[in-house]
Design a protein around this ligand. Structure first.
Ligand SMILES: *[C@@H]1O[C@H](CO)[C@@H](O)[C@H](O)[C@H]1NC(C)=O
Ligand SMILES: *[C@@H]1O[C@H](CO)[C@@H](O)[C@H](O)[C@H]1NC(C)=O
Ligand SMILES: *[C@@H]1O[C@H](CO)[C@@H](O)[C@H](O)[C@H]1NC(C)=O
Ligand SMILES: *[C@@H]1O[C@H](CO)[C@@H](O)[C@H](O)[C@H]1NC(C)=O
Ligand SMILES: *[C@@H]1O[C@H](CO)[C@@H](O)[C@H](O)[C@H]1NC(C)=O
Ligand SMILES: *[C@@H]1O[C@H](CO)[C@@H](O)[C@H](O)[C@H]1NC(C)=O
Length: 544
């Protein structure tokens, strides 16, 4: 052994002895404190004594300026049974503030300025019997804050500012059920709850449940429209993608939980792409600005769509929307024409193989010269109507005449101009229409006394779509915007109107369509200038 090493060892030994004895024998009661064998009481100091004898089981620091409890601050006093920090300047208590105190039974932190306590602040205090956080500034407590306190007998939370809202729902429930004695705690807000006892509050189930829309998938395809259809237990979306000259068909992947490529029907300036399922066959109507419009049929053997029929489009020059519907057992669709010279045209399914006629054939021409934008088929009071919106006049209503088997002009929806989209929906058995105006006011109308009357206006800033949709008992309206966020409105059954609910961002949205699969709910939005987006509709528990 070298002399250096010997010296070092001797030094360590000396240090060790001095340290142990120092804590025991040479303990100097800090100034401002009075000490006895087991107790230290400090008044007006701001520092926790660093070295204390092992026997100390009670530490009080009152009327000081302690502003923070750092992690493990008291771990040098493992025998503490009582810790009192009344009348200091604490504003927060953080995770594991009292770690290393397995025997702590009494903890008093009264008359500070505590606003926040984090979830694991009292972790491990299994022997704690008395806890007081009275006279602080707490508004909310994190869920399961008292989870580890197996021995708790008395809790004092008086003199705080508890808010009786969803965030504290767990606390109200906990107070109702705990076996500890808790002095009465009252709500400080919101105003309608003020002065009520927390443990008395009824908490109706579902009260603190809300929903949200979260981004789930973005699809780098710009599309004018997206049509969702299901076939043989699978879900598909057909998107009209004019910039890539195709109708892109994607399939839902039940394992990856997103849409993946399936097929690509190529064309020229595809502006419409709409499915119809007839006799267990999937047909897709593809409208184009150039090169006519066609119907494709799914070919099981080739596992792709192949051309089935070219439809007559003599009187169509600028197809804008395709509306498919079934009436008295027959299939129809309308191609809405948005040019001045074109004619919105009704097509009917015909199946007469002996005459070589199986497909959709033009059946009726609707009104001329109106630059139509959208068609919506509705059935009400046993009658069938077709509502046609136009850039150049108020929307018109066609009524199906059961003897002539043609739509006849029936009336118009007055005082709404320049509508770019029309969608029907039902709320509590009443029929409503959502009419989209690009700039100005979009409108919600209700069918009463055989006509549509306005019930609500929604300010539109570059809106091409106002789409109603529902997930179980929640009814929404999505108002798109080319300049800002899409506004999601939520139906309020009491006022029978929509209220602003959430903003979501989609660049130049053109359609919103519900996708429900694998017990999850999604909304698919096509985007004319950016990525098409899939949002998931999720349930949020506000009481967490
Ligand atoms: C607490 O401290 C303040 C000043 O810091 C003093 O005026 C007051 O008397 C003290 N109270 C007690 C109970 O020691
Ligand atoms: C309260 O005590 C009863 C009886 O000992 C026990 O069954 C119950 O689980 C306790 N409740 C809580 C919340 O600890
Ligand atoms: C569809 O196919 C065409 C031709 O092959 C291609 O130009 C286009 O990019 C494809 N579109 C998509 C979205 O895959
Ligand atoms: C529709 O087109 C056909 C063929 O071009 C034409 O004969 C007919 O007059 C047009 N119908 C209307 C109402 O313009
Ligand atoms: C139907 O079309 C096929 C093939 O084009 C043709 O051979 C047949 O004669 C046609 N039948 C009728 C009834 O027109
Ligand atoms: C249907 O058309 C027939 C013949 O033009 C007409 O007599 C009848 O009034 C129409 N029905 C309705 C409900 O408009």
């Amino acid at each position: 052994m070298t002399s250096t090493k010997r010296w070092l060892l001797a030094g360590f030994a000396l240090l060790y002895i001095c340290g142990a004895v120092g804590a025991k024998r040479n303990f100097k009661c800090p100034s401002g404190c009075s000490c006895s064998k087991e107790t230290i009481i400090c008044v007006g100091t701001s520092h926790v004594p660093r070295t204390v004898p092992n026997e100390i089981n009670s530490l009080s620091m009152v009327n000081g300026s302690i502003a923070e409890i750092t992690e493990g601050m008291f771990s040098l006093m493992p025998s503490l049974q009582l810790l009192l920090l009344n009348a200091n300047s604490l504003t927060t208590i953080k995770d594991d503030a009292f770690s290393g105190l397995p025997h702590l039974e009494y903890l008093f932190i009264e008359g500070n300025k505590i606003e926040t306590i984090t979830k694991n602040s009292f972790r491990g205090l299994r022997d704690l019997t008395h806890l007081s956080l009275a006279n602080n500034k707490m508004r909310f407590l994190p869920r399961d804050l008292f989870f580890d306190l197996d021995s708790l007998l008395e809790l004092d939370l008086r003199g705080n500012s508890f808010q009786c809202t969803c965030e504290n729902k767990w606390l109200m429930t906990w107070l109702k059920n705990t076996n500890a004695t808790v002095s009465d705690v009252f709500c400080a807000g919101p105003s309608d709850m003020k002065g009520k006892r927390l443990s008395d509050l009824p908490i109706p189930p579902g009260e603190c449940i809300s929903t949200d829309f979260v981004r789930h998938q973005s699809i780098p395809i710009q599309s004018m429209s997206a049509d969702i259809f299901s076939f043989k237990e699978d879900i598909y979306v057909a998107m009209a993608a004019p910039n890539s000259n195709s109708c892109v068909v994607m399939e839902w992947d039940h394992i990856e939980m997103n849409f993946r490529k399936f097929d690509n029907i190529t064309g020229k300036s595809v502006v419409g792409c709409k499915s119809v399922l007839i006799d267990n066959h999937v047909l897709i109507i593809v409208t184009q600005l150039f090169g006519g419009s066609h119907i494709y049929k799914f070919d099981d053997q080739q596992n792709k769509f192949t051309k089935f029929q070219t439809i007559e489009v003599f009187n169509i020059s600028k197809p804008n929307d395709i509306e498919v519907f079934q009436m008295d057992g027959d299939w129809y669709f309308v191609i809405v024409d948005s040019s001045k010279a074109g004619l919105s045209t009704l097509y009917k399914w015909t199946d007469q193989p002996d005459r070589n006629e199986t497909g959709f054939y033009s059946y009726q021409f609707l009104h001329e010269w109106f630059r139509d934008t959208d068609a919506e088929y509705v059935e009400v009071d046993g009658k069938s109507y077709l509502i046609l919106a136009s850039r150049s006049q108020p929307p018109v209503i066609y009524l199906w005449n059961k003897s002539t088997l043609k739509f006849i002009l029936h009336g118009e929806i007055p005082s709404v101009d320049d509508v770019v989209a029309v969608k029907a929906f039902r709320e509590e058995d009443e029929l409503y229409l959502a009419l989209t105006c690009y700039i100005g006011d979009s409108k919600v109308l209700k069918w009463t006394n055989k006509q549509f009357t306005e019930v609500q206006t929604l300010p539109s800033r570059g809106a091409m779509i106002l789409q109603p949709f529902s997930f179980s008992d929640r009814h929404y309206l999505a108002l798109g915007s080319d300049y800002s966020f899409t506004q999601i409105y939520l139906w309020d059954a009491e006022t029978k109107t929509f209220h602003k609910f959430k903003d979501i961002y989609v660049q130049s949205p053109r359609s919103f369509t519900v996708v429900t699969t694998d017990r999850r709910n999604f909304i698919f939005s096509s985007s004319f200038k950016g990525k098409s987006m899939v949002f998931e509709h999720i349930i949020v528990d506000l009481s967490l």
